[in-house]
Write a protein that binds this ligand. Structure first.
Ligand SMILES: [Zn+2]
Length: 399
């Protein structure tokens, strides 16, 4: 297994360098003096770090800025071409990959059809997508930080993943990260879709610079990605945030988990398809599905109205449990549908401390859209390499 050690990107790993990168990433271009003020690092340390990061092309100097008094200053910004990352997502009927630069901008995209692939077919497919992304957008391979992959489903022990057996066969306890890393030759990070989406919004989206928020992932099922006090929160067995199986209607509709009345049964895309009597949503492309949704406006409004109360209860529960700065609504659900749910869910329950001043709305719609898990996957290696709280991420295999 090759890692990027030995390249100049290695420099980005020290804590202080991460602090500098994070400050510039969240606030935009900053001068050395501004960095000294914001980071509490010494003038000499900042000077050395900036010089090294510019030399390794992770930062670049912007044009000189004149100020009222004294010498003109040089602001430094993130150099988008300083590093790259690949994000992968596997669905029942397709595998998708994106190449993003250090600023999170998508530079290339590859999509291939699949048919409920087991690991033996899926891994070469995912590796070939990674290779095409690399071939199609030639860049210095030593600048590829790694591959992130977002997967639905629960985690078993030791970081291996298990997808819901309902969606894909043969993935139970399959060590995705290790096997894929062997094929692509760079570190591979795996997260569930909700946590990946939360990291994506933290790095490039609406949650930039937030220290505590909950990402509510609405898709085929429902999950929560939690970023609390500056850390990704995963739980003791990597299964925190499985809120789709919180009972919201006691004695309600039966759920695949064996209980009745779970949130998944009322708010997920699966529950909507059931409401619309769509038997196999896997047969339709996302665009066809969205057109169907547009054509069934009344039925969807009825579903959204019924989904609103369970969702409102869950938002209340998340606010009371975690005291987040905001709750980000997102997921693989079409954005038009998310908007409709967000409208129906208002008014939210009255906060317990209504007097407390808020700087953000209680609910914000995510910025990364329906590709949120995929873009979040691409954010994983960047987050892992440049966030000051790097120890919170599971160590990639091979490090
Ligand atoms: Zn359930």
């Amino acid at each position: 297994m090759k890692s990027i050690s030995g390249t100049n990107l290695e420099q980005a790993k020290s804590h202080n360098r991460r602090v500098v990168i994070e400050a510039i990433r969240t606030r935009g271009p900053l001068s050395r003096a501004a960095l000294v003020r914001l980071t509490a690092l010494s003038t000499q340390t900042i000077s050395n770090i900036v010089e090294e990061l510019v030399a390794s092309e992770l930062l670049k100097a912007e044009a000189l800025q004149k100020i009222a008094r004294g010498q003109p200053i040089t602001p430094y910004s993130i150099n988008p071409n300083g590093a790259y990352s690949i994000g992968l997502e596997l669905e029942r009927d397709r595998a998708i990959g994106v190449l993003t630069d250090l600023s999170g901008k998508v530079r290339a995209r590859v999509e291939k059809t699949a048919n409920r692939p087991a690991p033996a077919e899926a891994l070469p497919l995912l590796a070939s997508i990674a290779d095409e992304l690399y071939q199609g957008f030639r860049f210095d391979r030593t600048r590829l930080l790694g591959v992130g992959i977002a997967m639905p489903g629960r985690y078993a022990t030791e970081g291996v993943t298990s997808l819901s057996p309902v969606t894909l066969p043969g993935w139970q306890d399959f060590p995705v990260a290790r096997e894929l890393a062997g094929l692509v030759g760079v570190p591979v990070l795996v997260e569930n879709d909700a946590t990946a989406a939360a990291i994506g919004e933290r790095l490039h989206g609406v949650a930039r610079a937030l220290s505590s928020f909950v990402y509510l992932f609405l898709g085929g099922g429902i999950g929560a990605g939690m970023f609390l006090d500056g850390h990704v929160y995963r739980g003791s067995r990597h299964n925190a945030g499985e809120i789709g199986h919180v009972i919201v209607v006691p004695g309600g509709l039966p759920c695949s988990c064996g209980k009745r009345g779970c949130l998944d049964r009322y708010v997920s895309l699966g529950s909507l398809y059931e409401h619309l009597r769509v038997k196999d949503p896997g047969e339709y492309s996302p665009d066809t599905l969205e057109a169907m949704l547009d054509a069934n406006s009344e039925a969807i409004d009825a579903w959204a109205a019924a989904a609103a109360e369970p969702l409102r209860q869950m938002i209340d529960f998340l606010e009371l449990s975690f005291d987040p700065q905001t709750i980000v609504l997102g997921g693989s659900m079409p954005p038009s549908l998310l908007q409709r749910l967000a409208q129906h869910v208002e008014p939210l329950y009255k906060p317990v401390n209504p007097g407390i001043e808020r700087s953000l709305p209680r609910i914000i719609i995510g910025a990364t859209g329906r590709d949120t898990a995929l873009l979040g996957a691409a954010a994983l290696p960047i987050f892992s390499e440049t966030n000051p709280q790097f120890d919170v991420l599971q160590k990639p295999v091979g490090r």
